[in-house]
Structures are given as C-alpha cells and as structure tokens.
Write a protein that binds this ligand. Structure first.
Ligand code: G4P
Length: 282
C-alpha cells in the first residue's frame, strides 16, 4: 500500500505554524495515545525550540493504560511535560490547568526577573489532523472563557481564549502534517482513521490490522467475533465476514464490508483499549 500526502497542504500548514509560533510561549502538542510516535511530526521539535513544551497523550481512553503510562514515562525522559487525556470528558480538564502552569513556570519567572508582571503566557494547541485538537480546545476552554482580541475598536488579529489570569490560548490549533516518508507511519495513521478511507485498500488495511492485533493482542479478535484463530489474516477477515453475516447477493462472503466493520470497531474502541506502538520499538 502506498500513502501520499499533498505537498500544497503541507507547505501551507507549515507556514501558518511558523507564523503562529512567533506569538506563543507554550506548545501543547496532542498525540494519539494508540500511536504516539506515528502521530507526531518531529519537525515540531525544531519549530518549537525555545518554547515551553507539553505533550498530551490524547484519546488515552482508547489505548491500553499500561502503555499510556509507559509512553508518559518515555516522553518525560525526553524532557517533556506529559499528561494522559480523554478530551471528550470536560471534567477531566482540571489537572491540565495545573500542568500548563507548571510548563510555564520558567517563563513567568523570567518575566518576573525582568520586571514584567502579569503578562499572560500564550499557548497554542498543535497536532496532526483528527488527533482531537478542536475537541480538546472546546473542553479546556468551555463556555465561560471570554475571547480577547478582534473586538470592535480593539486590536485586530488572532483570537485568544483567556483560560485564567496567567494563560491565553490561541483559538485555532496548529495543524501538523503527518510524516509519510515512512510507510509504517502511513499505515498507523490509516488504522486510526486519520486518512480518507476512499484512498485506501480497505481489505488490505484490515488484513494488516488483523496481523498487528494478532501479534500484540492474541485472542481479542477471536473473542469479539466468536471465531477460530488462523495465522492468515485474509482467512481471519473471511471468518469475521461469516460471523457478522457480511454477504453479497449470491451469498458470497463480503470481506470488504467485514473490513470496514473491523476498522470501525477498532477506531471506536469496541475491540477494547488497544495500543499499536510501544516505547521499546523506538
Ligand atoms: P482535530 O481538531 O484534531 O482534527 O480533531 P477533532 O477534535 O475534530 O476530533 C476528531 C475525532 O476524535 C472526533 O470524533 C472526536 O470526538 C474524537 N476525539 C477527540 N478527542 C478524543 C478523546 O480523547 N477520546 C476519544 N475516544 N475520542 C476523541 P468524530 O467521530 O470525528 O466526531 P464525533 O463523532 O465525536 O462528533
């Protein structure tokens, strides 16, 4: 399978990112907890140098807890502040305020030494498409937060959301482009649904996922779909089709439909909490 990304989008996203970087002190980077490596773009380390950095393992509810913890340790060991997040849960956002404050401690201290008091830290959320940036911003900001800027008669420009006295958040997230040079990254992105399925061969993708799940989570598919195991992923796909009554008109097995069903079950957590990348592979 070959994955492509459109250079036009990429260039525009990068330019926007560079412009916005000039305005901020803190980068809040969202990664997908199921694939924390593939859902990062390492260019962010270069773009965000000299900025305070926070990595959020988003969709932590869909990934296995022990691996969430292992990834948190991994990123901490690289010098990042890290937190596990389920952005759809508004009530899980309280600890984020604390860690944002911690991430900005140095900057606030630097300002204080220069005699600059009460200048809010400015932050931007960044991440690849579909990682949950908008969901996170909505949960974090809630309804109560007043927007600043772009008021009539007031400074024109970016929209900032005041989280509290100390922190303002840019209301539009920075889009990072997935790094497709490595085909494995493309595959991982396709598994989690961060790529249009129309451009993919669904059965091939499902077969790859069956192989990976069989390797790291043996028994999960067998239990979920009530089937006998088989080392051949395509045989497994056929068995899923059988078990889920995916049939074409002539009663032939509809493996295409089974593939869609499997991918959908995985993406929505119906196969349980599954992590597809592990820190020891780095
Ligand atoms: P983006 O701005 O980075 O492109 O991502 P966005 O917030 O649009 O989120 C993409 C999808 O991921 C949404 O689902 C959203 O609900 C889901 N999502 C975001 N954060 C989390 C999380 O922490 N856990 C889980 N389980 N899901 C999360 P969708 O199906 O596209 O939309 P909807 O059905 O929620 O409306």
């Amino acid at each position: 399978m070959h994955f492509q990304w459109y250079p036009g989008h990429m260039t525009k996203a990068k330019r926007m990112m560079q412009e916005n970087m000039k305005l901020i002190d803190l980068v809040i980077e969202l990664v997908d907890a199921r694939i924390p490596l593939s859902s990062r773009n390492p260019d962010i380390d270069e773009l965000g140098r000299n900025k305070a950095r926070l990595i959020l393992l988003n969709k932590a509810d869909l990934a296995e807890e022990k691996w969430n913890d292992a990834w948190a340790e991994y990123f901490k060991s690289k010098g990042f502040l890290v937190m596990k997040v389920d952005s759809r849960k508004n009530n899980g956002m309280k600890p984020i305020h604390g860690i944002i404050k911690e991430a900005c401690k140095e900057k606030i201290e630097r300002d204080r030494k220069r005699g600059i008091l009460n200048r809010p830290v400015r932050a931007m959320v960044v991440g690849i498409p579909n990682v949950g940036k908008s969901t996170f911003i909505n949960s974090l900001a809630g309804k109560a937060c007043a927007k600043t800027g772009n008021k009539p008669g007031v400074t024109k420009g970016k929209q900032w959301i005041r989280l509290n006295k100390q922190v303002e958040l840019l209301d539009t997230p920075g889009i990072l482009w997935p790094k497709f040079e490595d085909q494995k990254v493309g595959l991982m992105m396709a598994f989690i649904g961060s790529m249009k399925d129309e451009i993919l061969n669904t059965e091939e993708l499902a077969a790859e996922l069956i192989g990976l799940i069989g390797q790291h989570y043996p028994g999960v598919l067998e239990e979920k779909y009530h089937l006998e195991t088989d080392p051949d992923a395509y045989v497994m796909l056929g068995r899923i089709a059988e078990s889920r009554h995916c049939r074409l008109r002539g009663n032939e097995l509809d493996t295409e439909k089974a593939a869609v069903l499997l991918l959908d079950d995985f993406r929505n957590g119906r196969l349980g909490r599954l992590t597809l990348e592990y820190p020891q592979e780095v």
